[in-house]
Ligand binder design. Structure first.
Ligand code: FES
Ligand SMILES: [Fe+2]
Length: 445
């Protein structure tokens, strides 16, 4: 049995992860060990660019959203001058949260414990009864901690605590994945300033965060995991509906899976999904016919049809390592809370350049899969995690299409494989191992 490494042994920079991340399998300790989880919070979630918030959530000055960078509570703010900040939501007095709301408008945050007050750029501006701290005490030494490096790619705000990463362009980190984000935006009208976060559905998963990232690029599971959804759709509405292209020999379809470098991965459903009208492919939705009829009346049949075709989704599963996942017209954010607890939030989007009826149908679609499909996925995440507790069965298999010789590499280093491949897991574990093998010098601004 591979011995499970512990504490100081893992911390040692010379510790070699090769025993635990092997070509076709990974060790269960990566999922279930608290020590591995704690290290990940520095070496992964502290060390690389992590998605924090979308610019549309902070469109006005003096707005904020509460998020996490790994387990660190963060408030992402836009101050009254329009500058973005990512502040550590931890009072510099005793550690309480200075902001207990999830989103809103605020120029100042007052800690509920003893009333210390901070402005939305992080400065400590008021301390009740501060004459008791002595003559050398300075409020400016008690400013909130901040994520020192922020960068935005087409509306998506990322942060890092690692100067080595933060001093490099975000686009270096995204690499070819930036082109895929561009395609997602192109599907959504091409102007990212018109794409708006329109609420979130939150799931609390009793499992390790990587169980979710494992699934984000998994084209193998839909026919089996989502069988009830596929069968219900077929029995009620017939062939050629919804995700039925996942039923049968999926590797013979034109769908494919890609490793984009730096742990980012991609599944392209578009060749199947857009073969014919994708709007016609959808299951019935309340109000659909009425919205379509009104649109045709307002803008004519051709334009109405084009607008309705944007409702169902982009046909892309794009995973930005380690925690941002594009799926349909939505994106998901994975937030690790503990080794066995993960927040999975689905952020719905709407478009400012679309009639309200189109946005209404778009939202109905964005409720559909999280309600009918994500429940299957969450049951699998928790079940895999439960199974990983068996000490005598140490390995998690990631070998699908490893030995079939079908992977192709292009000049940019992008690897393409059949859609059912485990390429996504092999590729992100390569980046995981690289990051876990060195201790970054993390800083707070
Ligand atoms: S913990 Fe915030 S004021 Fe005391
Ligand atoms: Fe799924």
């Amino acid at each position: 049995m591979t011995r499970t490494p512990k504490g100081a042994e893992l911390e040692d920079k010379s510790f070699c992860w090769d025993d635990r991340v092997q070509p076709g399998r990974v060790h269960r300790s990566l999922y279930v060990d608290r020590e591995v989880f704690d290290l990940e919070q520095r070496r992964i979630f502290g060390a690389t660019w992590i998605y924090l918030a979308h610019e549309s959530e902070l469109a006005e000055s003096d707005t904020f959203v509460a998020r996490r960078l790994g387990p660190r509570p963060i408030i992402v703010t836009r101050d009254h001058k329009g500058m973005l900040h990512a502040l550590i939501n931890r009072c510099t007095h005793r550690g309480a949260a200075v902001c207990r709301a999830t989103a809103g408008k605020a120029r100042y945050f007052t800690c509920g414990y003893h009333g210390w007050t901070f402005s939305n750029d992080g400065a400590c501006v008021d301390i009740p009864l501060d004459d008791a701290y002595g003559p050398a005490f300075e409020k400016r030494d008690r400013n909130l901690g901040r994520v020192p490096f922020l960068a935005t790619y087409r509306g998506f705000i990322f942060g890092t605590l690692n100067p080595k990463k933060g001093e490099q362009p975000l686009t270096d980190h995204l690499g070819p994945a930036a082109d895929r984000i561009d395609e997602w935006i192109a599907h959504n009208g091409g102007d990212h300033t018109k794409i708006r976060v329109a609420g979130a559905q939150r799931f609390l998963v009793n499992g390790n965060w990587k169980c979710i990232y494992d699934n984000a690029g998994d084209g193998y599971h839909p026919e089996y995991s989502h069988q009830s959804l596929l069968r219900m759709t077929q029995e009620r509405h017939g062939e050629g509906m919804d995700l039925d292209y996942f039923a049968g020999g999926i590797d013979a379809t034109p769908m494919y899976s890609q490793a984009l470098g730096n742990g980012h991965t991609f599944i392209d459903q578009r060749p199947c999904m857009f073969e014919s009208s994708v709007f016609d492919r959808q299951r019935p939705q309340p109000g659909r016919e009425a919205v379509a009829a009104e649109l045709i009346r307002d803008v004519g049949e051709q334009r109405a049809k084009a607008q309705l075709e944007t409702v169902p989704g982009a046909g892309m599963n794009l995973s930005i390592f380690p925690s941002l996942l594009f799926i349909g017209n939505q994106f998901q954010v994975i937030t690790p809370l503990a080794v066995d607890r993960t927040d999975l939030s689905w952020f719905a989007t709407s478009r400012d350049d679309m009639p309200s009826g189109v946005n209404t149908l778009r939202l109905r679609t964005q409720e559909d899969f999280p309600m009918f499909g994500e429940v299957d996925d969450n049951a699998n995440f928790e079940s895999c995690f439960d199974g990983m507790a068996v000490p005598e069965m140490e390995w998690v298999d990631i070998s699908r299409h490893l030995h079939t010789g079908v992977e192709k590499v292009d000049e940019a280093g992008v690897v393409t494989a059949p859609v059912s491949s485990d390429l996504h897991m092999r590729s992100y574990y390569k980046e995981w191992k690289r990051l876990m093998s060195s201790e970054p010098e993390l800083v707070l601004g």
